[in-house]
Design a protein around this ligand. Sequence first.
Ligand SMILES: *[C@@H]1O[C@H](CO)[C@@H](O)[C@H](O)[C@H]1NC(C)=O
Ligand SMILES: *[C@@H]1O[C@H](CO)[C@@H](O)[C@H](O)[C@H]1NC(C)=O
Ligand SMILES: *[C@@H]1O[C@H](CO)[C@@H](O)[C@H](O)[C@H]1NC(C)=O
Length: 395
Amino acid sequence: MTSVSVLHCVCLIFFLACSADVEAARVVFNVMNGGAIADGKTDNSKVFENVFNQACQSSGRSVILIPGGTYMLRPVVFKGPCKGRVVFHVVGTLIAPSDMESSATDHWITFQYLDQLRIGGGGSLDGQGPSAWGQNTCSRSSSCKPLPASLKLDFVTNSRISKLTSINSKGVHMNIFACKGLELDQIYIKAPADSPNTDGIHIGSSSHINISDSMIATGDDCISMSPGSTNITMTNIKCGPGHGISVGSLGAQPDEEDVGVLTVRNCTFTGTQNGVRIKTWARPYASNVFDLTFENINMVNVNNPIIIDQQYCPGGNCQKGDSQVQIRDVTYRNIWGISSSKVAVALDCSQSKPCQQIQLSDINLLYHGPGGPAASTCFNAKGVADGRQQPPSCV
Ligand SMILES: *[C@@H]1O[C@H](CO)[C@@H](O)[C@H](O)[C@H]1NC(C)=O
Ligand SMILES: *[C@@H]1O[C@H](CO)[C@@H](O)[C@H](O)[C@H]1NC(C)=O
Ligand SMILES: *[C@@H]1O[C@H](CO)[C@@H](O)[C@H](O)[C@H]1NC(C)=O
């Protein structure tokens, strides 16, 4: 037992007498004591699983400590529910394996069925993406199998990830599924601009998520929100390179959950393909997108700063159709900077389900290239514009 855990027992015994805060009592589980080898080569996944299971069985607050050093870890699942609250404190660097077999799973590090989980410590996850990106066939095949997400959270509630770096994920850096009540802050994500499908943070079927004070530079969307994403707030995010912050793609399949109540605020996009984007397939599957706010956003050389694309077709080989995803109540407020293409505002909505209540307020996007100045294009976009409008509004 460490001295901290002894203190924990003492405080429990004399709880009433010393009136200690039992919530502050904690037990530290150092992976080195569990037999971890920080040589960057030895597989530590069994050790980490054992240490996690011990922490999980312990009541109160358990800290899994990963000290400085480089720890190779094969794909692992840390599965709750746990008796108490688990803190996964990474000071060192975890590195993924680089063989083909480990690329066949959908995850590298998964946390499941946990409440009040904390992940942080200032350390890094290195997904070893360069070893796997060549196996990504998604640009050639729509039925491709995604490469592993570096960090996967499934059914995690009331939790926080803070001060964590993710570099070179094989697939998505952080995948959030069926979670509720998450705080993500001071997250640093980095992969090359040409790394395939390395979305920074991908969210689906999850609600009440705040992401703030973070930097995301990657090869795909900085943040993407798929069906069932609701009540999500993104504040003070620096995105780029990457494909921007995207809602969608939606309308790919029947019976998708709605997406709503999203806010993107005080963000900077630098050299990205898109700024704030909503994308839906032109397929016959209905769902709704509502109550979106994009405000105080600086665009620095962004190709499509403001874009709604209801004919999303990345392979360029789609049947002609009309999206049945209804988009309504979308506000763009105080968005300024430089567009690297002429069409700075592109609102391409569905013909049979036109976008409703689009509001553009104080837009100031310049384009300095050939064929300028900047322009807007609207198809089936209904709404209002007020304040400054550069380019001139088409709603
Ligand atoms: C997200 O931020 C809002 C406003 O700052 C706050 O009310 C809410 O509790 C936060 N949610 C989470 C899950 O931290
Ligand atoms: C968003 O959160 C609020 C407050 O918890 C809730 O009333 C509302 O129904 C939520 N909206 C959606 C679309 O989930
Ligand atoms: C966002 O930026 C505005 C204007 O710079 C500032 O007044 C506001 O406090 C910021 N909000 C947050 C949540 O950071």
